[in-house]
Design a protein around this ligand. Structure first.
Ligand code: HEM
Length: 333
């Protein structure tokens, strides 16, 4: 378990990696009995990433692993992160944000799709038989960082220290300092309907100019509904790394939404604004053209926490060998 005494234990996973041009999002459920295999893989994850990525430094390969609320108790013997809970389904008058299964998230990023593919393959080779795949999405950056609605996406992301402050847990949950929360949602776009709008109508929905990406005056826009402030009046930020995905052949076009935050309550407030409305605005009109088909929340432990997970099985094995197995140990067998 991380502690304050050893500062290296709070080293985060690479959640603050800069935006890349390729990504692979793997959402898995852990099969009954698969827990030890999963723990071992999570402990080796940083090493696997180094093995695949080392020979391609320009490729900037990184991987972040997240653990879902129910899986936490199956995988981890010890305290829970303070705010870890399942994704909260939202039912608005017009639109629905479903909660869908997911015990593990692997957010793999690189400047090259083949590196994401190679690392994803190594991870799945290790996990096959211990997990089931709930969702797999290959994301790509599109033109000049646009989503498939045609707007530049990611502009208002915090950077540098502001990003770290928005995303990484600190003293509020010292046992998990350096960790983070991440929410993912897969959205499918109705591009035919979207493209029937004029550019001006689209800009009013997003809140930015399509060509120049400059913020415009657009009450109830996506940007406005997602600009939220805390009790101190300061803006509360999250770190998004959305990626377009799609298949022209089958006419599927989407945005894979992924948002990291120090507390899931920030992202949840944004989602409530989008789906349940805010003041005079009943919902985010981006949803009239984009349907959320998944929704899952994960905790992203600090890097060293993952490395220590394999020790649990060694301790359980040695306790079993000595005939001193406790109730806490039994749930991991
Ligand atoms: C269909 C899915 C989505 C698309 C296509 C999309 C697209 C965009 C675009 C184009 C912008 C403006 C540029 C920028 O600052 O990035 C934006 C801003 C933003 N979006 Fe989204 N978004 C989606 C879903 C979400 C969701 C689910 C959330 C939160 C739960 C969210 C949170 C934000 C935030 C916080 C901003 C920045 C607001 C500001 O401070 O200016 N977005 N999004």
């Amino acid at each position: 378990m991380p502690s304050d005494e050893d500062p290296t234990l709070s080293e985060p996973q690479p959640v603050l990696s800069p935006l890349t041009t390729a990504a692979l999002f793997l959402v898995l459920t852990v099969d009954p009995g698969g827990e030890p295999v999963v723990r071992e893989l999570l402990a080796d994850l940083a090493g696997l990433q180094r093995s695949v990525g080392f020979g391609h430094p320009q490729g900037r390969l990184s991987v972040v692993a997240g653990i879902g609320s129910e899986a936490w108790d199956r995988l981890v013997d010890g305290p829970r992160p303070a705010e870890l809970h399942p994704f909260e389904e939202l039912r608005g008058a017009r639109h629905h944000a479903p909660a869908t299964p997911g015990d593990l998230l692997f957010h793999i990023r690189a400047g090259r799709q083949d590196l994401c593919f190679a690392l994803g393959s190594e991870i799945m080779n290790r996990l096959r038989g211990a997990v089931s795949v709930a969702d797999e999405v290959t994301g790509f950056s599109y033109l000049d960082m646009r989503d498939l609605l045609g707007f530049v996406d990611g502009t208002e992301n915090p950077v540098g220290r502001a990003a770290a402050a928005a995303v990484l847990i600190g003293d509020e949950d010292p046992e998990f300092a350096g960790g983070s929360y991440v929410i993912v949602q897969k959205y499918l776009h109705d591009l035919d309907a979207w493209n029937r709008l004029t550019v001006e109508q689209q800009e009013q929905i997003i809140g930015r100019s399509k060509l120049t990406n400059v913020e415009i005056d657009a009450p109830g826009s996506h940007v406005e509904l997602n600009t939220i402030t805390g009790p101190d009046g300061a803006e509360r930020k999250i770190l998004r790394d959305n990626m377009p995905f799609g298949s022209p052949g089958s006419g599927q076009f989407g945005t894979y939404y992924i948002g990291y935050a120090r507390t899931p309550s920030v992202t949840e407030e944004m989602l409530r604004h989008m789906f349940l409305g805010d003041g005079p605005f009943s919902h985010d009109r981006i949803l009239d053209f984009s349907t959320a088909v998944t929704g899952t929340l994960f905790f992203v432990p600090p890097a060293a926490f993952l490395e220590d997970l394999a020790d649990q099985d060694e301790q359980t094995a040695s306790a079993a060998a000595q005939g001193s197995l406790g109730i806490g140990d039994l749930k991991h067998r």
